[in-house]
Design a protein around this ligand. Structure first.
Ligand code: PRX
Length: 650
């Protein structure tokens, strides 16, 4: 079949396969609608009932929700512990010898950790934290490769009520430093290095660089992963395995308030400074738990694999907390999908009989490019459900995922959510919802998204508008760490009284949601959020740069790519050399994953008369190569004409 024929053959509505419906946790649309309606009728009773049934409590809560808009408190009066719910409770059941984590390292090493063993490891690590004098309320930074110890560190912190912030291993020392400082972390948990494409990613070196200017850090715990040489600073740095020698195994989970901070995850906003999104305990865990059941249809016998890194929210909710809370087997793979060859993922699927596979459209597109012969070498017969997250999935990627990986009989759950929402808010229930490729379909129970215009009025079905939520949900962010004013301003002021997602969307006549992308200055590169302002701030810190404007440019594989327009200080020449240097500079300042695709030099940037850079026009240039939008506020039209002409020469 030609590509065009394949695309034309994508059905507009894909019903769940009958055998899937027959075994599903939520079976058929009637069941979905009934559940949804129960939540609409009485949200407090709905979530309260689930919290009681699905979580283990040391002390029952008194009230489901206390809503002092925009600040929510869920399950007040209750005492619980996330680590207890993810680990201990399963050791008291037949799950105790079930695999909690299946791990495969990039070099091919393998570990299978049962719930009982996970309990032992988490207790021992918590004991090490206590030994270093860490207490409930102190903060930890976790900067680790994708190895079980990343999850163990998270669960060890949660056990003691030490809020953690996981920093993705692809962030630079500079970015790490900013996060340690903002959180005033007392401990940094890291590894010597991790494996990626056969190379050692040296994490400890970056930590050494970062903590030089982080006076809050008293201890650094280092897990030996690759065995490379590292410098250990006496008194501050401790090997994980040395601490472990004297660790105890009877460290009880601390009973914590439902609203005790579980973690802070930094994400890009519309300014140069990342926002520390705060998630708390019971509500967060409840919604991660429920979506595992509703969206991933999780069963006792599943081997579940979400390919996200623990450094992103998907890794928190759907590699660690959600799957472990429901007692599932979660798979972690350390390395790159193309190492040693482009079928590494499919090898892993067959080896461990993966049944649920959750990844991103970017990864799918990158694999499509390598050809079907890679997946065709493997059976992939154990997969029963596929998932996608991070950006809208385009029809070609959907079709390939469904046909080549799902063999035309696995539903695809396209899950819309954000770092801020904590859990999936819009997605199909795979045994109920007929799919429309490209749409996240329908909201989860308890979620009532709306699409509104600039004035906050609902728009008609079929029309584009802003995606908002008017009512709180248990896994919502509680605030921006240390900055409640920014929280109010960023999320609750655009449409008064409503949470603004920053996304544009439309709803079709069947009530299906189609998320179209960001409407703010946030780019989505490979499903990761990058702020235009953050990259601009990094660029203007370079001594040769006078001004910079950054926009997202459409990209075949990564969805968007970073495109920078730069003006240089007087007398600086050799653009070619500087282009390479500036790309490297951004990678150094933020992290290799933020490295710009393109640097364009310009004599001037388009500005309003009041001096504001008009990124909208630059976006038009990189997207459609011309400017057709409103230019009445532009100060100097020549700038745009020159920039557009520059492209034509390229
Ligand atoms: O624009 C939406 C897009 O990713 C943004 C959230 O990014 P982040 O906080 O990094 O979390 C990514 C993983 C949850 C959203 O505002 N997005 C995420 N999932 C989808 C999506 N856009 C369309 N469809 C999706 N399924």
């Amino acid at each position: 079949m030609s590509d065009a024929a394949k695309l034309a053959a994508i059905p507009t509505l894909v019903n769940p396969p009958a055998d899937f419906v027959a075994q599903a946790n939520i079976s058929g649309m009637e069941a979905y609608r009934a559940l949804y309606q129960t939540a609409v009728n009485d949200p407090g009773a709905f979530w309260g009932g689930l919290a009681e049934k699905e979580l283990d409590w040391f002390q029952r809560f008194e009230k489901a929700l206390d809503w002092q808009a925009p600040f929510a408190k869920w399950f007040q009066g209750g005492k619980m512990n996330v680590s207890y719910n993810c680990v201990d409770r399963h050791t008291k059941t037949a799950r105790k010898n079930k695999a909690a984590i299946i791990f495969e390292g990039e070099p091919g090493d393998q570990r299978i950790i049962t719930y009982q063993e996970l309990h032992r490891l988490v207790c021992r690590f918590a004991s090490s934290l206590l030994h270093l004098d860490l207490k409930t309320g102190d903060r930890a930074i976790i900067y680790m490769p994708m190895i079980p110890e990343a999850a163990i560190a998270m669960l060890g912190c949660a056990r003691l009520g030490i809020p953690h912030s996981v920093v993705f291993g692809g962030f630079s020392a500079e970015a790490l430093k900013a996060r340690i400082q903002d959180l005033e972390a007392k401990v940094v948990i890291t590894a010597d290095a991790g494996w990626r494409r056969g190379k050692e990613i040296r994490l400890k070196d970056a930590v050494d660089e970062a903590v030089k200017s982080c006076p809050s850090v008293e201890s650094v715990i280092v897990y030996k992963r690759t065995g490379c040489d590292v410098v250990m600073q006496q008194g501050r740095d401790h090997w994980w395995h040395v601490l472990d020698e004297t660790a105890r195994e009877d460290v009880e989970a601390v009973p914590l308030d439902s609203e005790h901070p579980l973690y802070v995850l930094y994400t890009s906003g519309t300014t140069g400074k990342p926002k520390g999104i705060l998630h708390t305990s019971a509500g967060y865990l409840l919604q991660a738990t429920m979506t595992m059941k509703w969206v991933f249809d999780i069963k006792e016998s599943d081997t579940y694999w979400c390919t996200a890194d623990v450094g992103w929210v998907t890794g928190h909710s759907y590699v660690v907390y959600g799957p472990l809370s429901v007692g599932a087997t979660t798979l972690m793979y350390e390395g790159a999908p193309d190492t040693p060859a482009f079928d590494r993922w499919w090898r892993i699927v067959d080896k461990y009989a993966v049944s649920i596979f959750y990844t991103s459209p970017t990864a799918i597109r990158a694999l499509i490019r390598q050809g079907d012969h890679w997946p065709e070498r493997h059976k992939l017969s154990t997969i029963r459900l596929l998932g996608s997250v991070g950006e809208p999935i385009n029809p070609a990627a959907w079709e390939w995922f469904h046909r080549v990986i799902g063999h035309n009989n696995c539903p695809i759950v396209d899950t819309w959510w954000q770092t801020e929402t904590g859990a999936i808010l819009i997605a199909p229930m795979p045994g109920a919802t007929p799919l429309k490729p490209g749409s996240g379909t329908l909201p989860m129970p308890g979620i009532q998204p709306q699409i509104v215009d600039n004035a906050g009025n609902p728009v008609d079905d079929g029309k584009e508008g802003y995606l908002i939520l008017r009512t709180p949900w248990p896994s919502m962010l509680r605030t921006i760490w240390g900055d409640p004013e920014r929280y109010k301003e960023q999320y609750w002021s655009k449409v008064p009284g409503a949470y603004f997602t920053g996304d544009a969307a439309r709803r079709d006549k069947d009530g299906y949601f189609w998320v179209l992308g960001r409407v703010d200055d946030v780019m989505n590169v490979s499903g990761h959020r990058l702020s235009t302002m953050e990259i601009e701030s990094a660029l203007v810190r370079h001594p040769s740069v006078a001004e910079a404007a950054v926009v997202g440019k459409p990209h075949e594989i990564t969805g968007q790519a970073v495109c920078c327009f730069v003006t240089l200080k007087k007398g600086i020449g050799d653009h070619e050399k500087l282009g390479v240097e500036l790309r490297q500079w951004v990678a150094h300042e933020i992290g290799p994953f933020a490295r710009p695709e393109e640097i364009r030099f310009s004599e001037a940037l388009p500005k309003t008369r009041s001096g504001k850079i008009m990124r909208r026009l630059l976006r038009e240039i990189v997207t459609s190569h011309t400017v057709v939008g409103d230019v009445t506020t532009l100060e100097d039209m020549n700038v745009i004409t020159t920039l557009a002409a520059q492209h034509d020469e390229d």
